[in-house]
Structure formats: structure tokens, C-alpha cells
Design a binder for this molecule. Structure first.
Ligand SMILES: Nc1nc2c(ncn2[C@@H]2O[C@H](COP(=O)(O)OP(=O)(O)OP(=O)(O)O)[C@@H](O)[C@H]2O)c(=O)[nH]1
Ligand SMILES: [Mg+2]
Length: 538
């Protein structure tokens, strides 16, 4: 065989282009409890990636939702950590990230958003646009992420659909284009009307919702359909439709892709209604991997050199291996197993010998990955959140958002398993779940700083389940931590509402008892430069 380097290069290029074109990576976001995890589970069911849908809350013996794999998530029926799920659908490689809605876990959600190219926004039909949704939407707008909206829980009493559309447009300042329209809600939920095909999808309640529900499609001109809907509901529906067709936006792919318009779907994830059209829209409309900016210029997904960044680290997902996984969003090129990748923060290189793709907690070894893919690398201690990985010359993607800790608690070990305790503290800090500080007076009892107090429960529960350590966390009066920029300078004046501490790398930190104290200090000591985060992370 004659090797032709030009032909080989162009075939590799063609392969990258082909693979990138079929990838879709998106995150599911909303206010807590709107139904993200339930919708995720049902999308997996309808995509054929699972055979039986699990529930968010359920008796012990029942299946749990794939994306809520952590023990505490299953006990509480809430999502605590984002979960990546990869599956094939109609020739597309879909990567979906289910995110936690609760404010206290929002750092994780923000990072997942940056790893995605598009977003699914879930709205509870009874509540409309809620506080968290508004905040997350702002991040989407900043990153120009296209959004598909699913208005959920139509099987329960809901607000009028015209009001919901109006709420989306007013509160978020985005055009909302209904793709289908619901008729009735709760006991009188009859189904949805598809605006473009002008057909009616009839709602039939599936008792458990574990299996796919049958769909009945008919025309609304059919007198049987009208009778089934009921005259009053039908009349109200016709009126709404007139309003929407006069004053509403029609779906426009370019407007959606530019983040100026969101197509809106109505349904009920729990009872398996409205999922087919939504999944179809995800396949057809959502964008392929997008270009990314870096400090050395724009990186195109079809560039041949491999680049990516670590957006999440998670320890102990697999009970048998007890390892730490760094989740990498691939941004360009071709990643291959055993490839040597460089980390631009550390300036070192390592062999990526253990690379996986994920489906909730489950993993599978991969040989190759392209832009859009989420790859899990197992290399203990080698990666930090936000690290840029690459082949070829060094580059850096923008830093990922970090939120300064606002709550501080003293960790107290209740048994004598110091080694496991130290290990747990180190790994949970590496995940970004908390920051760890030591006061000179008590090395044995670290102070931990978190963004939201719910994280205390997560930390205590994970120390127990994953490290076999009983620890309790006692809230302390501190409200902010700041790193000293000048480590070798004279010690800053202390006393009042501030004390010196050190982080786990022995870097000096000042702890303040209130935001006010911090501001006061900054005003009176403009010469002391403070950082919101550890300089070691840069
Ligand atoms: N009636 C009804 N209940 C639903 C529907 N979708 C979800 N739920 C219920 O709403 C609750 C919250 O659902 P989740 O899927 O956990 O919501 P989430 O948005 O993932 O919540 P967090 O991840 O904690 O923010 C659960 O009890 C679900 O069973 C629906 O279509 N109809
Ligand atoms: Mg959830």
C-alpha cells in the first residue's frame, strides 16, 4: 500500500467534519422541581436508551431516574449534582446534562451550561417563569445558547397557555413561538394541537408512565374530536389560537439558533405526554457543536488538533473502582484513548489511558471522541475544574465561574478514621463542592466554606457513604474568605471581625465575620490586595 499523506489528512478531516455534524450537546435547566430529571428520564425512554423509566421519588424497590444516581439524590428526590448522559438517536450522538435546580448547587449548573451548545428550559405550567429559571436564563443569554422550552405538568392545574407565553416573553425578554398548544389542563387536559401540521394529539393518561404511551393523532375538524374535547374548551382553544396567530411569533430556526426566540412545547413528562414532538425538535433544531473562544483565538470544532476543558470532577461514582472522574467537554479535533494530552495550567502532559463515556452512573470505555462529546478521564489528582487540555501549542479557554463561599462550618470527626477523613476532605474540595481552611488553633478541625448551606448535608452524607466517616458540621459566624495576593508582605492588621487562616495548600486567607467587615477592611486597607479565589487555581 502506498501511503499518501495528503489523502490521509483529508480523510481524517472529513471524518471529523462528519462526526461533529452529528453531535448535539445540551443541558436541561429550570427552577427546582419543574421536572428536569423526569423529563430527562422520559427523553431517554423515548429515545430507546432505556427500556423502563425510573422515578424521581419512589418506593425502595422501584427504579430511580438514571440521572439522579447519588444516594442522597434518591433519598431526597432532588438533583444535587449534574449528570451526563450520552445516547444515539436517529443517527445523532446526543449528550444531555441534567442539572440541579436548587440555588445551593448552582455552581455545578453554571459549569454544565458552559459545556453545552444548547439548552432545554423546563417550566412548571402552574408557576410560569420562576426565580432560578430567570437567573439561569441570563447565563444562557450571555453565552448565546439557543433554548427549547418545555412547559410541563399539564396533567395538573395549570395557568392559561396565553398567560404562560406572555410570561416567558415579558419576564425573559425573548420571543416565544408555540410549536404546539394545549387544550385544557388537569382532569380536563385533552391533548395538544400541533400548529404546523394542524393535527391534534390526544392525551391518554398512562398509569405509571414507565412505558411509552400510545399517541392518537386526529384532525380537529373531526366532529368526534370536538365532542371529546367539549364545546367550552374547544371554543376557548379557538380563541387562543386566533390571538396567537395574530400576535404571536411563528417558529423560525435562525431566530432560535441566534438565541432570540424559543420554540415552546407543552406536555407532561410524568405521564408521558408530548415527548415525541419535543424529542424530534431536539434532534432537528438543536445546534451542532459551536466554536469557542480561547486566549489564542477562536477554536473551531472541526480543527484537527484536540482541545477541551474540564467542567466537572466527581469522585466515587462507581462503588467498585472508587476513582475520580474529570469530565471533559471536547471542543475540537479528535481525542483518542492513550493520547498524550497537555494541561495548560500545569504545563505538563499525561497519557489519557482511561477514557469513558457516561450514562448517569454507568460508564463505557471509549476509543475516540470529537467536539461535543463529554469524556470522563480517570487520573487522580491530575486535573482541576476549568483546566484546558490540548494537543499541540498551549491555549486556554476562559475560566469557569466560581462562586465565593458564603457559609462556613467547622468539621468535626466523630470517630478516629483520620486517614479516610483527610482523603474525603481533599477529594470533595477537588470536586469544587467546598473550600477548606485551617485555623492555626485547630488543625484537626478544618473550616469548610460552601456557597449554600444545603451543601453541608451533601458533604456529611458523602463522607459517610463514600469514605465511611462520621463527621458533623457546626456552622460558624464567618461570611467570606479572601486570599492574600502578597504572601510575603507584612501581616495584615487583624482583630475585630477577621482572623487569619490557611487553605489546604498553606496559602494565607483572611476570614471575615460579615460582608460589612470585608467591605470595611477593603476601604481601610486599599494596599492589601485580596483575591476571591485561591491563586493556585489560576
Ligand atoms: N404531575 C406531574 N408531576 C411531575 C411531572 N414532571 C415531574 N413531576 C414531579 O415533580 C417532582 C419534581 O420532579 P423532578 O424531575 O425531580 O424535578 P427537577 O426539576 O429535576 O428537580 P431538581 O433537580 O431537584 O431541581 C417529582 O415529584 C416528579 O414526579 C408532570 O409532568 N406531572
Ligand atoms: Mg432533577
Amino acid at each position: 500500500m502506498i501511503l499518501d499523506p495528503i489523502a490521509e489528512a483529508s480523510s481524517s478531516r472529513a471524518e471529523i467534519e462528519r462526526e461533529v455534524a452529528r453531535r448535539r450537546t445540551f443541558a436541561i435547566i429550570s427552577h427546582p422541581d419543574a421536572g428536569k430529571t423526569t423529563l430527562t428520564e422520559k427523553l431517554l425512554l423515548y429515545a430507546g436508551a432505556i427500556e423502563l423509566a425510573g422515578a424521581v421519588r419512589g418506593r425502595h424497590a422501584r427504579r430511580h431516574a438514571t440521572s439522579d444516581w447519588m444516594e442522597l439524590e434518591q433519598q431526597r428526590g432532588i438533583s444535587i449534582t449534574s449528570a451526563a448522559l450520552e445516547f444515539e438517536l436517529q443517527g445523532r450522538r446526543m449528550s444531555l446534562i441534567d442539572t440541579p435546580g436548587h440555588d445551593d448547587f448552582s455552581e455545578d449548573t453554571y459549569r454544565a451550561l458552559i459545556a453545552a451548545d444548547g439548552v432545554v428550559m423546563v417550566i412548571d405550567a402552574a408557576n410560569g417563569v420562576e426565580d432560578r429559571t430567570r437567573k439561569l436564563f441570563e447565563v444562557c443569554r450571555r453565552h448565546r445558547l439557543p433554548i427549547l422550552t418545555f412547559i410541563n405538568k399539564l396533567d395538573r392545574p395549570a395557568r392559561d397557555p396565553l398567560e404562560l407565553i406572555d410570561d416567558l416573553e415579558r419576564t425573559l425578554g425573548i420571543a416565544a413561538a408555540p410549536v404546539n398548544w394545549p387544550i385544557g389542563s388537569a382532569e380536563r387536559f385533552r391533548g395538544v394541537y400541533d400548529m404546523s401540521s394542524r393535527t391534534f394529539l390526544r392525551y391518554q393518561r398512562e398509569a405509571q408512565g414507565q412505558h411509552r404511551a400510545p399517541v392518537t393523532v386526529s384532525s380537529l375538524d373531526d366532529p368526534n374530536a370536538r365532542e371529546m374535547i367539549g364545546e367550552d374548551l374547544y371554543a376557548h382553544f379557538r380563541e387562543s389560537l386566533d390571538v396567537i396567530s395574530e400576535a404571536g411569533s411563528a417558529f423560525d430556526l435562525a431566530e432560535y439558533r441566534a438565541g432570540r426566540q424559543t420554540p415552546v412545547f407543552f406536555g407532561s413528562a410524568l405521564t408521558n405526554f408530548g415527548l415525541e414532538p419535543f424529542l424530534q425538535a431536539l434532534v432537528e433544531f438543536s445546534p451542532p457543536p459551536q466554536e469557542r473562544s480561547s486566549d489564542t483565538g477562536v477554536v473551531h470544532p472541526i480543527d484537527e488538533r484536540f482541545t477541551g476543558f474540564v467542567f466537572k470532577i466527581q469522585a466515587n461514582m462507581d462503588r467498585r473502582h472508587r476513582d475520580r472522574v474529570a469530565f471533559v467537554r471536547v471542543c475540537s479535533g479528535r481525542f483518542t484513548k492513550d493520547m498524550i494530552v497537555s494541561n495548560s495550567r500545569l504545563g505538563n502532559s499525561i497519557r489519557a489511558s482511561r477514557a469513558y463515556r457516561f450514562f448517569g452512573r454507568e460508564r463505557e470505555t471509549i476509543e475516540v471522541a470529537y467536539a461535543g462529546d463529554i469524556v470522563g478521564l480517570v487520573n487522580p489528582g491530575q486535573f482541576g475544574i476549568g483546566d484546558t487540555l490540548h494537543s499541540g501549542p498551549a491555549l486556554r479557554f476562559p475560566e469557569l465561574p466560581r462562586f465565593p463561599a458564603e457559609h462556613f462550618g467547622r468539621m468535626r470527626l466523630k470517630d478516629t478514621r483520620y486517614k479516610q477523613f483527610d482523603e474525603g476532605i481533599r477529594q470533595l474540595e477537588e470536586e469544587g463542592l467546598m473550600q477548606v481552611f485551617y485555623l492555626a488553633s485547630s488543625r484537626r478541625e478544618p473550616l469548610i466554606g460552601v456557597v449554600g448551606a444545603l451543601q453541608y448535608d451533601v458533604i456529611a452524607s458523602r463522607l459517610k457513604n463514600e469514605y465511611g466517616v462520621a463527621a458533623e458540621i457546626e456552622p460558624q459566624e464567618y461570611a467570606a474568605a479572601r486570599w492574600l495576593a502578597n504572601v510575603d508582605g507584612p501581616p495584615p492588621p487583624l482583630g475585630g471581625g477577621r482572623v487569619m487562616a490557611a487553605d489546604s495548600h498553606d496559602r494565607p486567607v483572611i476570614l471575615f465575620t460579615s460582608e460589612w467587615e470585608l467591605r470595611y477592611f477593603e476601604r481601610h486597607h486599599p494596599d492589601v490586595v485580596l483575591f476571591e479565589e485561591s491563586p493556585g487555581l489560576r
